[in-house]
Write a protein that binds this ligand. Sequence first.
Ligand code: SF4
Ligand code: SF4
Length: 347
Amino acid sequence: MYQIAKEKLPELFRKITQTQELYLPVEACGQVNYAPWSEDAKVDLDTLKTVKSAKDAFFPQSENLYTCYRDGKKISITPEALQEQPFVVFGMKSCDLRGVEVLDKVFLADPVDTFYAARRAHGTIVAMACHEPEDSCFCKAFGIDCANPKADVAIWMTGEALYWKAQSGKGEALTELVKDLLAEAADGEEKVDAEKARIHKIAEALPYMQLSLDGWGKDVLEEKFNSPLWEKLYRPCLACGTCTFVCPTCQCYDIKDYDTGHGIQRYRCWDSCMYSDFTMMAHGNNRTSQMQRFRQRFMHKLVYFPANNDGIFSCTGCGRCVEKCPQSLNIVKVIKAFAAQGGKTNE
Ligand code: SF4
Ligand code: SF4
């Protein structure tokens, strides 16, 4: 276990960026999101949740796949280079780490998504314990420990110091790189244990932390799918897609072509199952009503995904949808509405 004074963090960031890109929470226009570090970046490690999760680091909101050039009758295709330079993501929380686990299940399964796989292979995650869990958090419901992040390096901020613990080969390598800025923390374990206890105490008292997922999972497909509750629940939904764009586990994307004038730029960008043109095909859309689209989002997270992935839910309890939905709709509301019915399919 090592420690570094908070005031020395700019030096740490400078040292890392001598050899690789560094992404961390940065404030811009009143919002905190992951962005590359620079000398004038307004780093904000105090805000608990970035507006968007850290998933952009591995699955960017938009990325080029390949470019077609046309020169008369000659056409050439140039694939986009994979991200094969090392980089560091600093400050991720335990809920966003689970988000990456979920993305791994999707993008690293056969057929492997080479763009995502390259980023995962070259990214080192420095994860931070949640110093002040908030009312909208419910990670515990998914078995996530917000005080004990499992990543290449785990860090805890206490008072004026930051405690640093490497937990993987990549974490050891990064520690070696910045070692001259770190000091051995003789009382580190003790300080971190006290910090974990403090965080757990806050988390235990939060309103949604004890949310029960009883009645969800792989064996309730027909019962949940056919419930008349969806008809009631979906009505305020504006189909704005905000919930999907802030979510660390949502992984739907569209592939589009941009006419460059002398060829085509093919790129992919995040999409949302809440949109009426999502997965539009020549014959139309499989889901023809907003109720069906709304139901799909929650059925996928709470039933279909665990059914296909050893029981893992595709929600991390990060609470972003709780905070950001303009209509106050969210996964907690859905879970509670079904719980209030005692799992019955009829009201
Ligand atoms: S953020 Fe709310 S209103 Fe917007 S699509 Fe999601 S559930 Fe619907
Ligand atoms: S569904 Fe909501 S609470 Fe769950 S991971 Fe997505 S944004 Fe977070």
